[in-house]
Design a protein around this ligand. Sequence first.
Ligand code: IPD
Ligand code: CA
Ligand code: CA
Ligand code: CA
Length: 253
Amino acid sequence: MELKEKTPHTILNEIIEAAKECGQVMLQADRANFGIKDKAGKANFVTKYDCKIQEMLEKKLSEILPEAEFWGEEEDCQINRNAEYIFVVDPIDGTTNFIKDYHMSCVSIGLIRNGKRYMGVVHNPYLNETFYAISGEGAYMNGNAIHVSKDDLANSIVLFGSSPYNTELAKASFELAYEYFQKCLDIRRSGSAALDLCAIASGRAEIYFELILSPWDFAAGALIVEEAGGIVTTVEGEELPCLEKSSILARNK
Ligand code: IPD
Ligand code: CA
Ligand code: CA
Ligand code: CA
């Protein structure tokens, strides 16, 4: 019997299921036993749940698409960068929020295909909101199409990441935020880059910038913004890489 290849939609649905199972682990986390460890720089932590979810995803995603490479934040994974498929995963985006029980964290799973963003899933278990996109097929949240807003700068909410791990970039971030603040409605800082990108994609805010991010922070969210009709570049307006650290500027048109 010939094995049928999975369709992109089957793969996407399986990734969404995996993200939701990980979201349950976040909701049921034992707050008395987080196993918090410091990483380099200010407000940079890892909990035992970041590692547990990364392990779960490594296993589940390899069952969903066995030929794909896996790259997650919490382990030094050696990947073949030339592979056709690469999962780029942030097991918990918004770890500081997770530790503080601030309810603004998510599971973020991006799939790169032949060096381009191909699929993205961002699941926020606190609001039970799942954002997703396949390249060329639009962006969705819980089954409904989402679009960037049409508001101009004067009517914009501007989101930014404060780069807590990098003192110089943090200062520059607040300066840039103040420049925007003088021209827009107001500023927000959520603590989750992936959810910031989904806020732009769903028209809840208009501009998001951060001066340094890692590929797992934006692998899924950048595609979701693009598929919702937005633009994502580096802060300088260059093409956003898939597998490198980068600044990011996401906006409606
Ligand atoms: C962080 C969050 C935060 C952003 C940081 C990221 P983490 O990811 O996305 O919003 O400002 O740059 O590192 O460490 O919580 O996965
Ligand atoms: Ca982290
Ligand atoms: Ca992150
Ligand atoms: Ca993380």
